[in-house]
Design a protein around this ligand. Sequence first.
Ligand code: ZN
Length: 233
Amino acid sequence: MDLDPSSALVLFSGGQDSTTCLAWALSRYQRVETIGFSYGQRHAVEMEVREPVRRAIAGLSVVWANRLGPDRVVSLDVLGSISKSALTADLPMETRPDGLPVTFVPGRNLVFLTFAAIVAYQRGLKHVVAGVCETDFSGYPDCRDDTVKALQVAINLGMEARLVLETPLMWIDKADTWRLAESMGGHALVDLIVEETHTCYLGDRARRHDWGVGCGACDACRLRANGWSRYRA
Ligand code: ZN
């Protein structure tokens, strides 16, 4: 399988991290496509902001607009049906006895990256870009660098391919994620991320803060708000 070395598939959820990754990919590769997954997540509003965010990001730069290719949404409802997590069920947001957040869906990112790799392979896209990060606390073991590297090896062995799993946010914190966005797209991109992206686990689009919309209390909101205040400091 010939993979185009200047192409990428971005795992794009419509949140801050994956939007920053989309800009990162558009800054580097000639041909960039996006993929999203629906799996019965509570914060399904995330899926609704994807297309407006894509349109807005294409509106920031003619170069980016020309590079941005098609989007697809893959249904993984089966993931919601076999896992019990606060991301897919109406459970209280708290920490589990083993220290993992209740939002943990075991293996979710393994599944996402594998499905993305299947699509990338068939589309001839060499790089698969994901906004996973092990610097800020999320506690998701499948977001860790070793996990992603191991999966890259398994995928390439299993598909006889040379796909590259890219994780531009792996070693930076949330304040640096805002700085990275500013370095690529200036304040216009930062403003776009504040206004258009969605991060809140509870899907709250009613409460407006200087860092964007969200409940302000869930883990995702607190990480985003905390990173924003350090970025603006
Ligand atoms: Zn929230």
